[in-house]
Ligand binder design. Structure first.
Ligand code: ZN
Length: 185
């Protein structure tokens, strides 16, 4: 009988020992999403000029942009860089939704104006709002091209070409790095 009780006690102890690490794992798992949320809100706090509702023109010194933008976004939006073809996250992206300026949140394109282009950059045949972007002649690299800039922050987005599909015949050739996509129309 005594032996039986000892065995039971041992079993209970063994169970307790087994359960405690499991409880620890569960605790860690419940903490993870909170940590992710904190890091997202930290990113938003870093760029206080980002807004998807405020359309007020932004005129900020270069030093401010350098501080609030991620390095890759800064390089393209403020230094007119270009991401390598077929490397961006949106060149072959097909979700339904809206594309915003990655530097300031300005609404730029709807997914129904995006078309499959083999150029390696996300391509659209029309902008969401006429004043959503501005245009400027670009004579760099021995070519004459039309540069497309964000209408709110003047950030470089890409170039406009005349070889797009109907109905406009235009191709807005954009850099994925300076676009933010949100699902849902
Ligand atoms: Zn912008």
């Amino acid at each position: 009988m005594n032996q039986c009780i000892s065995l039971m006690l041992l079993s209970v102890l063994a169970l307790l020992c087994c359960q405690s690490p499991t409880a620890d794992v569960q605790q860690v798992q419940t903490k993870e999403p909170e940590a992710r949320l904190t890091s997202v809100s930290n990113q938003q706090q870093k760029n206080p000029y980002y807004s998807r509702t405020d359309t007020t023109k932004l005129v900020l010194p270069d030093s401010t942009w350098r501080r609030v933008l991620p390095a890759d976004v800064y390089q393209i939006a403020r230094k007119k860089g270009t991401e390598r073809a077929f490397t961006g996250k949106y060149w072959n992206h097909t979700g339904l939704g809206t594309y915003y300026c990655g530097a300031c949140g300005n609404a730029l394109f709807r997914s129904d104006a995006k078309f499959a282009s083999d150029c390696g950059w996300p391509s659209f045949f029309e902008v969401l709002r006429k004043n959503g972007v501005t245009y400027q002649e670009d004579r760099s690299h021995g070519m004459i091209r039309v540069e497309v800039l964000c209408g709110r922050c003047d950030g470089h987005l890409g170039h406009l070409f005349d070889d797009g599909p109907p109905p406009t015949g235009k191709r807005y050739c954009m850099n994925s790095v300076v676009l933010d996509f949100e699902q849902g129309l």
